[in-house]
Design a protein around this ligand. Structure first.
Ligand SMILES: Nc1ncnc2c1ncn2[C@@H]1O[C@H](COP(=O)(O)OP(=O)(O)OP(=O)(O)O)[C@@H](O)[C@H]1O
Ligand SMILES: [Mg+2]
Length: 334
C-alpha cells in the first residue's frame, strides 16, 4: 500500500464560523504538496487537523489508505514546523533537535548520531552548541526542520516556515528544503500564501480558498488551465472578462498574451482599440493598462525592449490583439 496522505471531506467549525468546508486533498507518497491560499482561508487549521492537534467535525484523515482519526497527535508520526519559531530557548541546537528522541527514550548514542546527521543535512555544522537567541531567523528555521525530521516522521507539515525571513534567505532555504526532502523522500505538506514559494517548493500545488481546495495540479497546469476565477487571479495575474448571459462563464487573458501596437492617426484600422492609460516599470518588464472603447480596462505585459521598439507612450491610442485566451465556467459559482 502506498503511503499517500489523503483528506476526505474534512469539515470543522469554530463557534458559528465554518472554517473547513468538506476539504479534499490527496498528497502522493514521497512528494511535496504546496498548499497556496490567502490569509484566513484555513491553511493552519488544515495542518492542525492532519497532525491530530484538533479533531475535525466531519470527514477523514487517511494515511496509507487507512483512517488515522483514532490516533492522538503524538502517535501520528508527523513532524510539524510552525508558522513562528517555536524552539526551546534554553536548549542548544543539538538539544532542540534531540528533544523528540529523548521523549521517545532513544539511546544516547543514537540521539547523538541522528542529531549530527541532521545538523549536517540542514547546513548547521559548527552551530551545535548555540542557543536560539544566538541564531539568525534562517538558522532557527533550519533547526526547526531538523527537529521535525529527527524522529523519522511519515509526514512533514510546514506552516509558512519562511514567512519571517528576508527574500534572499528565503530563496536559499526553500531550495535547501527541496533537496532535503528529495534526499529523505518524506511526504510533505507545505503551506504558504506566496505563489513563487509554492511553485518553487511544490511538486504539486493545491490552491485553497475559503475552506476548500479549489484546484490541484502542477504549477504549469494551474497557470495555464485555471478552473476558477479565484485560481486565475491568485496564480499569476489575469484579466477576467465576464461573458454576459451565462453565470460564471469567464474569459481569462494573461497580461503577457496581449499585444499592443501604436495606432497611426486616421489609419482607419479595424479591430479592438484602446488608450494606454497607465504604465509601470517592473524591472525588465513594463506593465500597461489599456482602456478599451467599451469601458473595460486590460492589463498587458511586455518586455522593456519590446516597449521601446514599439515607441509606445502614455496616452497613445493602441490596437489591442489577444494572442491567447482561456474560456471556462467557474463551477464554484452558482
Ligand atoms: N482555535 C480557533 N478558534 C476560533 N477560530 C479559529 C481558531 N483557529 C482558527 N480560527 C479561525 O479560522 C479561520 C482560519 O484560520 P487559519 O489560521 O486556519 O487561517 P490561515 O489560512 O492559516 O491564515 P494565515 O495565512 O493568516 O496564517 C480564521 O478566521 C480564524 O480566525
Ligand atoms: Mg496560518
Amino acid at each position: 500500500m502506498r503511503g499517500d496522505l489523503e483528506l476526505r471531506k474534512i469539515s470543522i467549525s469554530f463557534g458559528k464560523e465554518v472554517v473547513l468546508k468538506g476539504l479534499d486533498l490527496l498528497v502522493d507518497e514521497g512528494t511535496i504538496m504546496a498548499v497556496l491560499g490567502p490569509s484566513g482561508c484555513g491553511k493552519s487549521t488544515m495542518l492542525r487537523v492532519i497532525s491530530g492537534l484538533i479533531p475535525q467535525d466531519r470527514g477523514k484523515v487517511m494515511l496509507e489508505g487507512k483512517s488515522i482519526d483514532h490516533l492522538p497527535a503524538h502517535k501520528r508520526r508527523m513532524g510539524f514546523v510552525f508558522q513562528n519559531y517555536s524552539l526551546f530557548p534554553n536548549l542548544t541546537v543539538t538539544g532542540n533537535i534531540g528533544f523528540g528522541m529523548r521523549m521517545m527514550k532513544k539511546r544516547k548514542n543514537e540521539i547523538r548520531e541522528r542529531s549530527n546527521e541532521l545538523i549536517s543535512l540542514v547546513g548547521l555544522s559548527g552551530m551545535e552548541n548555540k542557543r536560539p537567541n544566538e541564531l539568525s531567523g534562517g538558522q532557527k528555521q533550519r533547526v526547526a526542520i531538523a527537529r521535525a525530521l529527527a524522529t523519522y516522521p511519515d509526514v512533514l507539515l510546514l506552516d509558512e516556515p519562511f514567512g519571517a525571513l528576508d527574500a534572499k534567505i528565503r530563496k536559499r532555504i526553500r531550495r535547501d528544503l527541496r533537496s532535503i526532502q528529495r534526499e529523505l523522500g518524506t511526504t510533505t505538506v507545505f503551506v504558504t500564501h506566496d505563489q513563487d514559494e509554492a511553485f518553487e517548493v511544490g511538486d504539486q500545488v493545491a490552491v485553497m480558498n475559503n475552506g476548500v481546495i479549489e484546484q490541484r495540479g502542477s504549477p504549469m497546469e494551474l497557470y495555464e488551465k485555471p478552473r476558477t476565477d479565484f485560481v486565475s487571479r491568485f496564480v499569476g495575474n489575469a484579466n477576467i472578462i465576464e461573458l454576459p448571459g451565462e453565470v460564471g462563464r469567464t474569459v481569462m487573458i494573461r497580461p503577457e498574451d496581449i499585444s499592443l501596437r501604436k495606432l497611426e492617426e486616421n489609419s482607419g484600422e479595424g479591430g479592438t482599440k484602446g488608450r494606454l492609460v497607465d504604465l509601470i516599470q517592473l524591472g525588465p518588464l513594463v506593465e500597461t493598462s489599456v482602456l478599451l472603447e467599451n469601458g473595460d480596462t486590460l492589463t498587458a505585459l511586455m518586455s522593456r525592449s519590446e516597449y521601446h521598439l514599439k515607441g509606445l507612450r502614455k496616452d497613445d491610442e493602441v490596437r489591442v490583439k489577444v494572442l491567447k485566451f482561456r474560456s471556462f465556467k467557474d463551477e464554484t459559482r452558482k
